[in-house]
Ligand binder design. Structure first.
Ligand SMILES: NC(=O)c1ccc[n+]([C@@H]2O[C@H](COP(=O)([O-])OP(=O)(O)OC[C@H]3O[C@@H](n4cnc5c(N)ncnc54)[C@H](O)[C@@H]3O)[C@@H](O)[C@H]2O)c1
Length: 455
């Protein structure tokens, strides 16, 4: 998956502006067409802007909103955050004319805001999304959709009752790479799926959520009580404020931060609702810095469609940082990673079993001759021809842009989004089973259709 594809070179060789194919080192490469990213933007009249506001203007909220502002017809009008430095930067990014406030309620009261992007820590997702929908706003809410299981039904019910659009921010669901994987699986490319293995390993302090605390962080520049919200009231703590993922009062551990991407990807590719049974283990193996969540987490899941999922996140892997998903089927293997999908199929003839050696010589000879006529390889244990195909997204491809574009398309057309609250709850609900199992030290059960925890 590490091989680089030179798109320009390929387009020149292929001479066409759509997806194409070339062979390199026995592997067939396809560069997916950029046109597949999304449908062309419609012309938008000047007075037809979608006016948006950002709630939770931290790392992800700002990067989401930068991407949103690139979608034609979208204008950023306001930002709410609990740290003043981020409000200052919001004005630097989107102009002095935008409203900035610590209180997102002031933004929701504005009639001219059509939609909000929510980039708060997990423990604020439900409250901000429900408040925004009740105020008549459409919502793009970052993953994981829920922090507590009780958040899911509230968000789904509010979306249904208010008729607002809500999209959850697992951008893989809009990715052309995952779309290709979905199409390949549906076409029978790997036969009957029996297993998915997914992982997301990191090996750095930043990867382990030790985000830098700004030098001016203080109770004056940070609205600590507002940040805490429903979390236990504790004295001002800048690490809790800026490295909130390390504590389960605000974040959802590796399961909510990273498993959830692997679940939304798996659910999208396979089209299933979720697992019925989960068990997880792990531990705090290295980053013993006061956090109360593990830095190594391994989960196993049963899917009623007849496959198992194994997921892993390791923040101390001693090597490279990478992520991927392997879909294993009866006829082959499909790997998502490194900016593309690769597919390999190994022919699996029924090789002559060792018992033939006990047959009469003439019978053995006759049998082997006919066998090698059908499967012309030198020896059953010799090299087997490997058929591998690779589909790579164009250089610079950004699935968050497609996810945003899908969201704003739904805002305009009132058509369903690719990742609604039901999909978001099924992905996060499945991922967070790992935390339940880890802390309870028990197998846990889930009804993925009704989205309910079972005893
Ligand atoms: N889709 C992705 O790939 C992706 C990537 C990173 C983060 N995320 C998600 O985005 C969310 C934010 O993560 P982050 O890394 O940007 O965190 P962050 O700490 O950088 O930003 C969170 C911001 O929310 C603000 N905030 C807290 N409570 C608030 C409230 N009541 N009202 C307004 N603002 C409030 C904080 O002051 C902070 O600036 C998380 O849920 C995370 O899981 C998603």
């Amino acid at each position: 998956m590490a091989e680089k594809v030179n798109r320009r070179g390929f387009l020149k060789a292929g001479g066409i502006m759509t997806a194409g194919t070339f062979i390199s080192g026995g592997i067939t490469h396809h560069v997916m067409a950029e046109e597949q990213q999304s449908e062309p933007a419609k012309p938008i009249a000047a007075n037809d802007h979608i006016q948006i506001a950002l709630i939770g203007a931290g790392g992800r909220g700002q990067s989401d909103t930068k991407v949103a502002a690139q979608v034609p017809g979208v204008k950023v009008r306001a930002a709410a955050d609990c740290y003043d430095g981020r409000l200052t930067h919001a004005k630097e990014l989107w102009g002095d004319g935008i409203q900035t406030t610590r209180d997102y309620g002031e933004i929701l009261a504005r009639k001219d805001i059509d939609a909000v992007v929510i980039g708060t820590p997990d423990h604020w997702h439900m409250r901000t999304a429900v408040d925004a929908m009740n105020a008549g706003k459409d919502v793009y809410c970052e993953k994981p959709m829920i922090h507590l299981y009780s958040d899911g039904p509230k968000m789904i019910e509010t979306a249904r009752r208010t008729g607002r659009i809500i999209q959850i921010g697992s951008q893989r669901v809009s990715s052309m790479i995952y779309r290709k994987a979905k199409d390949l699986l549906a076409s029978g490319a790997i036969g009957k799926l029996n297993m998915v293995n997914a992982w997301w390993d990191r090996n750095s302090s930043m990867g382990a959520w030790n985000y830098t605390v700004p030098p001016d962080a203080s109770p004056e520049t940070c609205d600590w009580p507002r940040f805490l919200g429903t979390a236990p009231k504790i004295p001002w703590n800048p690490e809790h404020f800026f490295q909130w993922r390390k504590w389960k009062a605000y974040g959802s551990g590796e399961a909510g931060d990273l498993f959830v991407h692997l679940f939304s990807g798996t659910h999208f590719v396979t089209g299933v609702n979720g697992p019925t049974r989960a068990m997880a283990t792990g531990g705090l193996r290295y980053w013993r810095d006061g956090r109360d969540v593990p830095d190594v987490l391994v989960g196993l899941f049963d899917y009623p469609e007849g496959f198992n999922l194994g997921v892993r996140v390791n923040f101390v892997d001693g090597g490279s940082e990478n992520e991927g998903l392997i879909f294993t089927g009866s006829e082959g293997t499909m790997i998502i990673g490194g900016g593309g999908v690769s597919l390999s199929r190994v022919p699996r003839p029924k090789a002559p079993g060792y018992v033939i050696e006990s047959w009469a010589d003439a019978m053995q000879k006759e049998y082997l001759e006919s066998y090698y006529k059908e499967y012309p390889i030198e020896h059953p244990s010799g090299p087997i021809p490997l058929a591998e195909e690779k589909y790579v997204a164009p250089k610079g491809y950004d699935d968050t842009y497609d996810h945003m574009k899908n969201f704003f398309h739904a805002v305009r057309t009132r058509q369903p989004v690719v990742e609604d609250a039901v999909f978001g709850f099924r992905a996060a609900g499945a991922a967070l089973l790992s935390n339940l199992s880890y802390y309870r030290q028990k197998v846990v059960r889930w009804d993925p259709n009704e989205m309910k925890l079972l005893a």
